[in-house]
Design a protein around this ligand. Structure first.
Ligand SMILES: *Cc1c(COP(=O)(O)O)cnc(C)c1O
Length: 465
C-alpha cells in the first residue's frame, strides 16, 4: 500500500515510512492511495470475530507489504489485551435505536488509547528492525499526552517529550502524564498556553538541528496516519453487532480535529453501510459552520467543558477535502493557502458530496450539562461532557427512527468531574480500579520557561544513548 500527500507534491511512501513521519514535506497529510474494500459477505462474516481478530482483518491490507501477518497478530493482541473490558469496545443502549459505544476502557480512559497503544507498539517493532531510535514530541491540552506516554512507555527505541501548558490542564489529566514511570518519558510544563506549546513543537519539527542527525522526530498528533487507521476498526465492530451489512447504521462523533470521524468516513468507503456521520462539536464549531455555510475559516478559541474538542482549526478536515475535490492535490494546496490567508468557500459539488454523508450540530456548555443530567435521569448512565455532546447531536439529528444511531463515548466521566458537577449531579465519579491511587502517586515533571531554546536544550540533554 502506498500513501500519498493531499497536496500532491510529496513522494509516495510505504506504511513504515508514513508511520515515522508527520506532515508530508509539501505541507499535506498522507492518505492511502487506494482503499481496501470488503464485500457484504465479508462484512457479515465479521460478526464472528472478537475485537483483536477484527482489528487484524481491517488493518492488514494497510500494512501488508511491511509487517508479516503473524507479527501483526502478535502486536494487535498485545495492544488490546491492555484494555480493561474483555469486549474492548462494548456498547450500551440508552433508548430505542440509541446506542453508546464505550471507547474509554483503555489505560488513560479516552478513545485515543485505541490508536496510541497500537502506534507505540508498531513504532517499536519497526525501529527494532531498522536498528533506529526516534524522539517523539507532542503538545497536549489533555488526552493526547497521557495516551501517547502510556502507548510508548515500554518502547526502548523511543524518547518521548510531551509539552503541556503549566497549570492549565486538569489535575486528573496532568497526573495521568506525570505519574508514569520511565527514564524515556519527559513531561515538560511550559509557562505559557497551549498555543505556545504547539508553536514550539512546530518549530522543532521545522528545524531539527538540535537533535543528533540519526535521531528522527515523530509526530503523535492525529495527523499521524496510523492513528486514523486504528480507529476504523470500531466502526465495523459496532455496526456489525447491530446488524450490518443487512442494516445501515449512523454514527454521532464528538469532534475536534476530525481524526475520529474521518476514520468513520473511511469505514464507509471500505464498504460498511453507514447511513450518516454526525459531526458533533462544542462551541468551537468551525466544522459545523463549514457544513452549514460552505465557508471555512479559523475562529477564536473558546474554553468549554469539553476541552479535548477545543480547537480553532480541524487539521484532518484536509483529508476529507482531498476526496471532495477529486483528489486534486493542486486544488487542495491552493485552497489551504487561501485558508491560511483568511476564509475559503467550498464549491457546490464539494458541499453536495459532503452533505450526502455528513451532518453536524453545535452543542454549548448549557446543553452539554442538560444532556448529562437527562441521560442520568432516564437511565442512570453517566456521560462525560464530550460523549454528552455526541448524544445530544444524535438525538437532534433527524436520522430515520428505524436506523440505529451509535454515539462514540470518547472519554470516561471520571476524567471530567467538574462537568459532571456542573450538570448538578452529586454522584461521586470514581476512577476505575487501576487508577484509584492516582492522587497518591509521585509526579515527575519539568517546569520550563516559555522559551524555545530552553525546550530544545532540555531535550538534547535528556536523550538516552
Ligand atoms: C481527542 C478527543 C476528541 C476529538 O477527537 P478528534 O479526532 O480530534 O476529532 C473527542 N473527545 C475526546 C474525549 C478526545 O480526547
Amino acid at each position: 500500500m502506498k500513501y500519498i500527500s493531499t497536496r500532491g507534491q510529496a513522494p509516495a511512501l510505504n506504511f513504515e515510512d508514513v508511520l515515522l513521519t508527520g506532515l508530508a514535506p509539501d505541507g499535506g497529510l498522507y492518505v492511502p492511495e487506494t482503499l481496501p474494500t470488503f464485500s457484504a459477505e465479508e462484512i457479515a462474516a465479521m460478526a464472528e470475530l472478537d475485537y483483536p481478530q477484527l482489528a487484524q482483518k481491517i488493518v492488514a491490507p494497510f500494512v501488508a507489504d511491511c509487517i508479516p501477518a503473524d507479527d501483526l497478530r502478535a502486536i494487535i493482541e498485545d495492544t488490546y489485551a491492555e484494555f480493561r473490558h474483555t469486549a474492548v469496545a462494548p456498547m450500551v443502549q440508552l433508548a430505542h435505536n440509541q446506542w453508546v459505544l464505550e471507547l474509554f476502557h483503555g489505560p488513560t480512559l479516552a478513545f485515543k488509547d485505541f490508536a496510541l497503544q497500537l502506534l507505540g507498539r508498531l513504532l517499536d517493532y519497526v525501529l527494532e528492525r531498522r536498528h533506529r531510535k526516534v524522539v517523539i514530541m507532542g503538545a497536549t491540552s489533555g488526552d493526547t499526552g497521557s495516551a501517547a506516554i502510556e502507548g510508548c512507555k515500554r518502547c526502548s527505541n523511543i524518547d518521548i517529550f510531551i509539552l503541556h501548558p503549566h497549570q492549565r490542564v486538569s489535575e486528573v489529566q496532568r497526573r495521568q502524564m506525570t505519574t508514569v514511570v520511565g527514564d524515556n518519558i519527559h513531561n515538560l510544563a511550559v509557562q505559557g498556553n497551549f498555543d505556545d506549546c504547539q508553536a514550539m513543537v512546530k518549530a522543532c519539527f521545522a528545524d531539527r538541528s538540535f537533535l543528533p542527525e540519526d535521531r528522527g522526530l515523530v509526530a503523535v498528533n492525529s495527523i499521524n496516519w496510523a492513528r486514523i487507521m486504528a480507529q476504523i476498526v470500531y466502526y465495523f465492530y459496532a455496526a456489525v453487532a447491530l446488524g450490518a451489512p443487512a442494516r445501515k447504521v449512523a454514527f454521532s462523533v464528538p469532534t475536534g480535529n476530525f481524526g475520529d470521524i474521518f476514520a468513520g468516513y473511511l469505514a464507509q468507503r471500505m464498504g460498511l453501510p453507514v447511513e450518516r456521520l454526525i459531526i458533533a462539536t462544542n462551541r468551537n464549531d468551525v466544522l459545523h459552520r463549514a457544513l452549514t455555510t460552505a465557508t471555512y475559516s479559523r475562529q477564536t478559541l473558546h474554553h468549554t467543558l469539553s476541552p479535548s474538542m477545543d480547537i480553532s482549526v480541524s487539521s484532518n478536515f484536509e483529508r476529507l477535502l482531498f476526496d471532495l475535490y477529486d483528489r486534486d492535490g493542486a486544488a487542495i494546496a491552493d485552497l489551504m493557502a487561501r485558508f491560511d490567508a483568511g476564509a475559503i468557500h467550498f464549491s457546490d459539488t464539494a458541499m453536495a458530496r459532503a452533505h450526502s454523508l455528513f451532518s453536524s450540530a453545535c452543542v454549548d456548555d448549557t446543553q452539554t450539562c442538560a444532556q448529562i443530567a437527562a441521560t442520568w435521569d432516564e437511565c442512570e448512565y453517566l456521560l462525560d461532557p464530550h460523549s454528552a455532546i455526541g448524544v445530544r447531536a444524535a438525538l437532534e439529528s433527524g436520522v430515520d427512527a428505524a436506523v440505529p444511531v451509535v454515539t462514540l463515548a470518547t472519554a470516561h466521566p471520571a476524567k471530567f468531574p467538574d462537568a459532571v458537577r456542573s450538570a448538578g449531579l452529586t454522584e461521586e465519579v470514581g476512577l476505575p480500579l487501576h487508577l484509584r491511587d492516582l492522587f497518591e502517586r509521585p509526579e515527575r515533571c519539568e517546569v520550563l520557561p516559555n522559551d524555545l531554546a530552553a525546550v530544545r536544550a532540555f531535550m538534547a540533554d535528556n536523550l538516552r544513548d
